[in-house]
Design a protein around this ligand. Structure first.
Ligand SMILES: N[C@@H](CCC(=O)N[C@@H](CS)C(=O)NCC(=O)O)C(=O)O
Length: 232
């Protein structure tokens, strides 16, 4: 009998989206409970060791940490998203391990959520430090022509980075830093992920509005620019 999956989620969370992408690609049916991370319920705090989403319950057993969840799903359900070759698989795992550094190390999210024009140059400089090794890696392994990280096969690396590129793209519409233009292979990869329903279709209804609220709550420059644009 197929396992029963129950995802504990928050609408705008990129780490949750990573789990949803993997479940969708694998054709898994799952229930979702959305919680308010500003006021998390007690039952969630009892379930999640660090109070973070995603949590995935599998037949009532609690899994947490989006990378562990992805790996579990990939080990148990077809199609396999990790490469078959052990060296390539280790390299892919290294890049999924790099994701927290890429995102918040500080990293790309510090541009996405940057609070002011003054903070932007430093945020961009750090983001460049994260993007440079990614560009080099894609370049080295680009005997392939994309569109995905490994070539023509969607992988756990794609499921991991896509949500962060998606959020950056929303802020970038108004920030207009041109950051990804400096990294053409990463840009092509990001463009491919953002035109792929496997990635962009993995957010719930109301995502756009909730993400703008998130930008507002964090006092993001992108939100200030959007507000100024709509007031003009
Ligand atoms: N390393 C965690 C990160 C998850 C995470 O940071 N989730 C955020 C929402 S996007 C969260 O639950 N934050 C609540 C908190 O930190 O209290 C993972 O990969 O699952």
């Amino acid at each position: 009998m197929a396992a029963k999956f129950h995802l504990i989620s928050s609408v705008t969370c990129p780490w949750v989206q990573r789990s949803v992408i993997v479940m969708r690609v694998k054709g898994v049916a799952f229930d979702v409970t959305y919680i308010d991370l500003q006021d998390p319920p007690d039952w969630f705090l009892e379930m999640s060791p660090h109070g973070k989403v995603p949590v995935l319950q599998v037949d009532g057993v609690t899994l947490f940490e989006s990378n562990a969840i992805s790996e579990y799903l990939d080990e148990t359900l077809e199609p396999r998203l990790h490469p078959e070759d052990p060296i390539k698989r280790a390299q892919n795992r290294a890049w999924t391990d790099f994701l927290p550094t890429f995102a918040w190390g500080p990293g790309l999210n510090d541009v996405t959520f940057c609070a002011s024009e003054d903070d932007l140059p430093d945020a961009l400089e750090t983001a460049r430090e994260r993007l440079t090794p990614l560009e080099e890696t894609i370049s080295k392994q680009r005997g392939n022509n994309g569109p995905y990280f490994n070539g023509d096969t969607f992988s756990l690396v794609d499921a991991s980075y896509g949500p962060f590129f998606q959020r950056f793209a929303i802020s970038e519409k108004v920030l207009q830093t041109g950051l990804l233009d400096e990294f053409p292979l990463v840009k092509a990869w990001s463009d491919a992920l953002l035109s792929d329903d496997k990635v962009t279709g993995a957010v719930p209804e109301g995502f756009d509005e909730a993400f703008l609220k998130n930008l507002e709550r964090r006092g993001a420059l992108a939100w200030k620019l959007m507000s100024a644009e709509s007031a003009a």
